[in-house]
Design a protein around this ligand. Structure first.
Ligand SMILES: Cc1cc2nc3c(=O)[nH]c(=O)nc-3n(C[C@H](O)[C@H](O)[C@H](O)COP(=O)(O)O)c2cc1C
Length: 175
């Protein structure tokens, strides 16, 4: 059973959570469909408003999930149990254009709050899309970053979402 909590009561190390446990970035709705992909690049912090809580993700142009994030008002970030690591590696290597990944990974979509997440999640951040911008080659300070991460010049689009709802399964991420 998921319960809504205040983002101020969350307790975890964002570096380990995003970079280590990974997250699923998802968008879509029941009528037009949805998609999900694994992300491990991103950030959590405060921006605009009254130190509003925000999540930032970075999607390459080729990602099918990007087409959903681009047309939807919301996206979600889901943290899954460690037992889903194999499915997350799969969701992060195969495109939803080619396979019904969600079904094959055994995930059950939940369509709520104008977006989609999965019944098996441990933690969900429901994010309202606030800003999107493609990273620009001219704005990198070190050519090495481009050589290493963008040899094909397929620069990520950065999405900043205001975290409007936080759902947790148990107290693991609460202080
Ligand atoms: C651990 C891991 C982390 C990833 N992080 C990102 C990321 O932050 N941004 C991104 O664009 N792709 C990332 N990917 C790659 C996408 O998840 C992958 O290309 C996926 O198949 C895209 O699916 P889609 O075409 O159905 O959207 C990651 C993959 C893995 C395995």
């Amino acid at each position: 059973m998921l319960k809504e909590v205040n983002y101020k009561d969350l307790k975890f190390n964002p570096f380990n959570l995003i970079g280590g446990e990974w997250m699923l970035a998802s968008a879509g709705n029941e009528k037009d469909g949805c998609n999900t992909m694994t992300v491990s690049w991103g950030g959590l912090g405060c921006l605009w408003g009254h130190n509003d809580p925000v999540a930032t993700i970075y999607l390459r142009p080729s990602r099918y999930t990007k087409t959903f994030v681009d047309k939807e008002e919301f996206f979600t970030l889901c943290v899954m149990d460690k037992s889903f690591k194999k499915q997350m590696a799969y969701l992060g290597s195969v495109s939803g254009r080619d396979e019904d990944k969600i079904k094959k990974a055994g995930l059950e979509p939940v369509f709520a709050d104008g977006t989609v997440y999965f019944s098996q999640v441990k933690l969900v951040l429901v994010c309202r899309k606030m800003y999107a911008q493609e990273l620009q080659e001219k704005d990198f300070f070190y050519p090495k970053t481009i050589e290493e991460s963008y040899p094909q010049r397929d620069f990520h689009t950065m999405y900043i979402g205001k975290i409007e709802k936080v759902l947790v399964r148990d107290d693991e991420y609460l202080k």
